[in-house]
Write a protein that binds this ligand. Structure first.
Ligand code: NAD
Ligand code: ZN
Length: 395
């Protein structure tokens, strides 16, 4: 006959001395997260990793309609082969799904399921799904584990890493968000075969950002492999691009995972890029494209301050052009209202307690953070990028 295990009492009674009146009590909470980023090339390897990571748990897959159509059935078959019968829910593809409404619909769905506190959400898609799925996971039951399965280059080199999760607010991008680290990331570069050229290029913008702020070696690697990455879509080169981006981003985040320090080089290109997305309604301009223009404008501010030499400015603009990323207004398929951009920046300034930080490049791997950039400097740099006057949209 089986004997029941001894019941260990949880004895707290001797640990707490009652404090006298009118003292303070200090609360402490520490947490440390650790996760592995896997880069694979093919569905078989992806399923193997997932089989190892998802031992004996239930799974809810959050994806978008495009990714579900392309890869949903394959993913479900792979999970079923590992003994997991996942729930699957998709949102419409695109940035507009990064909304509070979609998050609420997903919480309603999870609440109606049997997913428990230790079960796992799989965020299967691009950066939108990683941000939305991660945020939904962070709020559900005060945080359920999630794994990122990024399917766009942008998500593989950036969005799926680092645990910053959010949805957009009409007033500002990523305004409603949290820090909630994934328990693993599995990036399969073979998914990139079906992404559009435009999305591939936009993803490369976030890799170029990392090269400029952190790694001359990575910058050379990208410069040497533009065609292999964008034209041949060579799996091996893409794997190196993605794993190197993961190494750079995890190193930078590991130094300051919860952004205690407001000097964040990873924001290069974003002080201008985010407002460009806001004023165009989170649609016509891809995030990576907005960041590309943002990097040029912010590099021009650095050059005008004498921080960045002309040759390096040209190197940055030249690389973006070779990658057919937008470097100025006439490269954009949408008209930009500069006054609206400045207004959107002003709103961000107010949200950020009165200061707007710019990451200004000095040399590859070296930046300075400035919070004293004037409106005139911004206007001049925008104008030098063709964003001074209203212009007709170019198709
Ligand atoms: N949290 C972070 O640290 C972080 C960092 C960078 C970017 N982001 C966010 O990421 C978002 C942008 O991500 P994105 O560019 O991946 O956009 P996305 O998720 O909208 O994906 C782009 C498009 O590609 C489609 N798609 C996805 N995978 C595909 C595949 N393999 N084949 C064909 N089509 C595919 C999608 O359905 C979508 O239409 C932005 O909201 C941005 O703010 C977050
Ligand atoms: Zn970004």
């Amino acid at each position: 006959m089986a004997t029941s295990p001894a019941v260990e009492p949880l004895r707290i009674r001797d640990a707490i001395a009652l404090p006298p009146a009118r003292t303070t009590v200090t609360a402490q909470a520490r947490r440390s997260d650790r996760y592995t980023v896997h880069v694979v090339a093919g569905m078989r390897e992806l399923h193997e990793r997932l089989g190892e990571l998802l031992d004996g748990v239930s799974v809810a897959v959050i994806t978008d309609e495009t990714v579900r159509e392309l890869y949903g059935a394959q993913l479900v078959r792979g999970l079923q082969a590992a003994g997991i019968d996942p729930l699957v829910r998709s949102v419409p593809a695109g940035e507009r799904s990064k909304s509070l409404d979609q998050a609420i619909a997903l919480w309603d769905w999870l609440a109606g399921s049997e997913l428990a506190r230790r079960d796992v959400v799989l965020a299967f898609g691009g950066g939108v799904v990683a941000d939305l799925g991660g945020w939904v996971a962070s709020g559900y039951m005060r945080g359920v584990p999630y794994i990122n399965l990024p399917t766009t280059l942008l998500a593989q080199v950036d969005g799926a890493l680092g645990g910053k999760v959010a949805v957009n607010h009409p007033l500002a991008k990523n305004l409603l968000g949290a820090f909630h680290q994934p328990v693993a990331v599995v990036a399969n570069v073979s998914f990139l075969r079906t992404t559009s050229n435009r999305h591939l290029r936009a993803g490369l913008a976030e890799a170029i950002k990392k090269a400029i702020i952190a790694s001359p070696q990575y910058l050379e690697f990208i410069e040497d492999n533009v065609d292999a990455l964008l034209v041949a879509r060579d799996d091996e080169i893409l794997e190196r691009l993605v794993i190197s981006a993961a190494a750079i981003k995890t190193e930078l985040i590991g130094r300051d995972p919860y952004e205690a320090d407001l000097r964040r080089p990873l924001n290069f290109g974003h002080t201008i890029g985010h407002p460009l997305e806001t004023v165009t309604g989170y649609g016509p301009l891809l995030h990576g494209e907005a960041v590309a223009v943002g990097m040029v404008v912010e590099s021009r501010i650095a050059a005008a301050r004498g921080l960045l030499d002309e040759a390096t400015l040209e190197r940055i603009v030249g690389l973006l052009r070779r990658c057919r990323l937008p470097a100025e207004a006439c490269d954009l398929a949408v008209a930009i209202d500069v006054e609206a951009v400045l207004d959107a920046m002003e709103k961000v300034r107010l949200i950020r307690a009165g200061s707007l930080r710019f990451v200004l490049p000095v040399a590859p791997g070296e930046t300075v953070i400035a919070d004293d950039v004037t409106e005139q400097e911004i206007r001049d740099a925008l104008a030098a990028s063709g964003l001074g006057i209203a212009h007709a949209a170019r198709q």
